[in-house]
Ligand binder design. Structure first.
Ligand SMILES: *[C@@H]1O[C@H](CO)[C@@H](O)[C@H](O)[C@H]1NC(C)=O
Ligand SMILES: *[C@@H]1O[C@H](CO)[C@@H](O)[C@H](O)[C@H]1NC(C)=O
Length: 420
């Protein structure tokens, strides 16, 4: 994660100009990683530094080690204590107009409320909702030129969270001119969109799979509200979408398949025969959805609803589990044709029998997790590692609220997402 202002010159967008050095405190480390792609926020404003966020994707996974650990993205609406354990770090100037530091330096800072920071005494009206301030009233400790794009992290609940990105400031360490950082919490949607196609109201993930050579593609679980986004992406990437498929008849959002059929004529909608919903193609356990040289195998995984399917890629390297299995959770079983016993059997016989290394991509996540594996869930899923009786007991006592959109979503989804 970095700052958009580091990439404003178009020549700076060439991936070959950049290397990622991770896990070392020296400015001249021995190991470096090349970059595959750079994304910066299209709303970035170079005059105000609003939306100052960018993401770099390395060509290869970096792999974690003793000195290289992941940091958490904040949860939606997570708040951090202003005098918490918050730190900035970088190789930037050690004082205003001073030298770069050859070794990584760190400093503890306090978070300063945007309301105060936006006042005439500090940065009058210059602090946008995408920014946050950190430092001290009398200055002295601050980030400085050369620290840009670096992290502001806070420790809370035993975890480190990346709360901000070094963005701008007037001078360095001046009184009442604290460092200004990009507020990551308000830009989580943008970040998740870069990692996965995400619809924030129902927290739904949509997946686009394509054969790079034949350009044939399949979309899994599109949402009505984000159908335009998906259609644009498919067009931008020069793909030809064959199928828009649903893992089941959703109760929490309206499917985007009907809209996609309008936006991209020729698209066929797909759903399970047992869902009771309309679609161009009804499939069942064992059926295959072909795209280019790949196919998705449909596995029937009922329990959340009767018509739940898990789609497994032909080489079993990844599977799309819908609401049957979620990351460290599972779909509820208390409405539509839900049944804990059925769900338990579905997951154990159809998903947990895949290789441990198989990546699992769920239809939803409410905390920003994006992917898990069969091995991880077999070991760590708090519900599905239990016995069938304990599982049923947990599921029958969740006392969840009805999904907010169920009364509109289910009837609409039975008709391919087209509302009258
Ligand atoms: C700071 O003030 C400006 C101008 O009044 C306003 O547009 C902006 O939203 C304010 N920032 C925050 C975080 O409230
Ligand atoms: C980031 O913005 C959100 C939304 O306005 C706000 O609630 C949160 O307190 C901000 N984070 C920090 C660390 O100031």
């Amino acid at each position: 994660m970095s700052a958009a202002h580091c990439f404003i010159l178009s020549s700076f967008l060439a991936v070959s100009r950049w290397k990622v050095h991770a896990g070392s405190a020296s400015l001249n480390p021995t190991v470096s990683h090349s970059i595959r792609s750079i994304y910066y926020n299209g709303l970035y404003n170079s005059e105000t530094n609003d939306y100052d966020v960018a993401l770099l994707k390395t060509s290869q996974p970096m792999g974690f080690s003793e000195t290289l650990r992941p940091v958490c993205l904040p949860r939606t609406r997570q708040q951090f204590q202003s005098t918490g354990n918050c730190w900035i770090s970088g190789w930037g100037h050690v004082s205003e107009g001073g030298q770069l530091s050859p070794v990584l330096r760190e400093a503890r800072v306090h978070l300063i409320s945007s309301q105060i920071c936006n006042q005439s005494t500090h940065y009058p009206g210059m602090i946008s909702p995408r920014m946050l301030c950190a430092g001290y009233p009398d200055g002295k400790v601050d980030s400085c030129q050369g620290d840009s794009g670096g992290p502001l992290v806070c420790q809370e609940d035993g975890l480190w969270w990346q709360v901000g990105i070094v963005s701008w400031g007037e001078g360095c360490g001046r009184p009442n001119r604290p460092g200004v950082y990009t507020n990551i919490t308000v830009l989580l949607d943008w970040v998740y969109h870069r990692l996965q196609l995400f619809e924030p109201v129902s927290c739904t993930y949509t997946y686009l799979l394509a054969d790079e050579r034949t350009k044939e593609a399949v979309l899994i679980d599109p949402v009505l509200e984000t159908a335009n986004r998906d259609a644009k992406l498919i067009t931008d990437l020069g793909l030809k979408i064959l199928y828009a498929t649903n893992t089941h008849c959703h109760a929490d959002h309206i499917t985007g398949t009907g809209m996609l059929k309008k936006l991209l004529p020729g698209t066929k909608s797909v759903i399970s025969k047992h869902s009771g919903a309309m679609a161009d193609l009804h499939i069942q356990d064992g059926d295959e959805i072909q795209f280019g040289n790949f196919f998705l195998e449909a596995r029937s995984t009922p329990g959340h609803t009767d018509g739940c399917l898990t789609y497994v890629l032909n080489d079993q390297s990844m599977a799309f589990t819908g609401d049957a299995l979620l990351i460290r959770g599972c779909g509820r079983t208390d409405f539509q044709q839900g049944c804990p016993k059925t769900l338990y059997h579905s997951v154990h016989s159809k998903i947990f029998t895949l290789p441990d290394s198989c990546f699992l991509y769920p239809a939803h996540d409410y905390t920003g997790q994006t992917v898990t594996t069969v091995g991880e869930e077999k070991r760590l899923n708090p519900r599905l590692t239990k016995s069938e009786a304990e599982f049923a007991n947990i599921m029958n006592n969740l006392n969840l609220k009805r999904p907010a959109q169920i009364d509109v979503a289910v009837p609409a989804n039975l008709k391919c997402g087209i509302q009258d």
